[in-house]
Design a protein around this ligand. Structure first.
Ligand SMILES: Cc1ncc(COP(=O)(O)O)c(C=O)c1O
Length: 359
């Protein structure tokens, strides 16, 4: 991402590509959970946290976000990013064939590529609500596959799959012995509760679920993520690798995140209220852009991947928006797809200002 953003340094642009809802402030969080931070962190042990993560946070995760897993199945990390990095390095080696949904959040494919893996893509269908073709997945698995990488609810489209599709993916992974890495950082931000999927770690022994406090819960300033998997050998390897990275999270951050997730529903409700309000503004979107675009109304999260229907390339459109209006969006080239589109985040208060400004 940085190479792309570098060309805009010094232009003082407002970022319009964020995937998380408006970040909470400390004051708002304290009101939401009805507890001051000072009380939560008083008497915190400031030694190293256990390498697997503190018992208090892992227990909160078991109680509030998952079914059928134990505290042993969880390892906490410095953000989802570290969890993803460790998971890939624990399972994959150069030459392994991996299958990735596309478009995709770049690190989910760039890390395996950098490791020398043989990366293949299964593209979501832009003309059918970004749907996933399950027969294409099985065809790919027949050639051998070490890991399938999915991300539903999906960045950048805001699409998701249904339970039946998820169960079929798990069955295919079981049949072909494929690891299933499921980036679930937007789980909880489904606009309709019926679209909420179970975590793959709850469904499959070789399923790895990735979670984080930054996205669905909108607290990106606390760098706490986690992975969940029932496979013990995998977890041992992850802890080995983590020992060369963060080693452990801050005990202060883990205590705070644990307290916040005890009120997970309240945090999600605040975020969904913002999202549902701003989502209505997406209707105006087509009319205010300089070109014809197609906005698939997302089913989850707060970003859209607007397809450009004219001849204009996405990078040109991004540059136009930056120079004319001082807003920065992300082009499709950052999501490993040739589908001509830009990602726009609509979860912040600045989205309303953006619509007003360019209307
Ligand atoms: C799909 C997805 N996974 C993981 C991450 C990483 O989250 P964090 O930066 O909080 O570690 C992001 C961040 O944008 C994301 O969009």
């Amino acid at each position: 991402m940085s190479d792309f953003s570098e060309q805009f340094i010094g232009q003082n642009l407002v970022s319009m590509h964020a995937t998380n809802p408006e970040p909470f402030t400390q004051i708002e969080l304290e009101k939401t959970i009805d507890q001051p931070f000072s009380e939560i962190i008083k008497n915190t042990n400031l030694g190293f946290a256990p390498d697997q993560g503190t018992e208090v946070l892992r227990h909160t995760l078991v109680e509030n976000l998952y079914n059928g897993i134990t505290t042993n199945d969880i390892i906490t990390h410095a953000g989802a990013q570290e969890a993803i990095y460790c998971a890939f390095n624990a399972v994959l080696k150069a030459g392994d064939r991996v299958l990735v949904v596309s478009p995709i959040f770049e690190p989910l494919v760039q890390i395996p590529e950098n490791m020398g893996c043989d990366v293949h893509y299964v593209e979501l269908n832009p003309t059918d609500n970004w749907s996933l073709d399950l027969t294409m997945i099985e065809n790919q698995f027949k050639h051998g596959c070490k890991m399938f990488i999915i991300n539903f609810p999906h960045n950048p489209t805001g699409a998701t799959i249904n339970l039946n599709e998820l169960n079929q993916i798990v069955s295919l992974c079981e049949k072909y012995g494929v690891w299933l890495l499921s980036d679930e950082v937007f789980r909880g931000l489904e606009h309709e509760i019926i679209d909420r999927l179970p975590a793959v770690a709850d469904l499959y022994d070789k399923g790895i679920s990735i979670g984080v406090i930054s996205k669905a819960f909108a607290v990106p300033g606390l760098r706490v993520g986690w992975l969940v998997c029932k496979n013990e050998d995998f977890r041992k390897e992850v802890i080995n690798i983590k020992g060369y990275l963060s080693i452990c999270n801050s005990q202060v951050d883990e205590k705070l995140v644990s307290a916040l997730l005890q009120s997970a529903d309240k945090l999600l409700l605040r975020n969904l209220n913002i999202i549902n309000k701003n989502k209505k503004l997406l209707d105006d979107f087509n009319s205010i852009m300089d070109c014809n675009i197609d906005v698939f109304l997302p089913k989850a999260g707060c970003c859209v991947f607007a397809r450009i229907l004219d001849d204009l390339g996405s990078i040109e459109l991004v540059k136009n928006m930056a120079s004319k209006h001082q807003y920065l969006m992300y082009p499709n080239t950052l999501f490993k797809t040739n589908i001509n589109a830009i990602r726009i985040g609509f979860g912040g208060s600045r989205f309303q200002k953006f619509i007003e400004k360019i209307r």
